[in-house]
Ligand binder design. Sequence first.
Ligand SMILES: [Zn+2]
Length: 55
Amino acid sequence: MKCPICGNEHTGKLSKSRYFCSDCFIEIFYSKSRELKILKILEDGTAFPVSMIEK
Ligand SMILES: [Zn+2]
């Protein structure tokens, strides 16, 4: 999985369909509707959804 934000190709795999970019501190996964979702992970461990950045 390539990070959709920074293009980092070395994202970590959290589970079968969840990935983590250590450069952006985001979690990337596909929803049930196969929509790409991004969660920003904050320093305190909370996560909030990030809208996919349009080209
Ligand atoms: Zn990234």
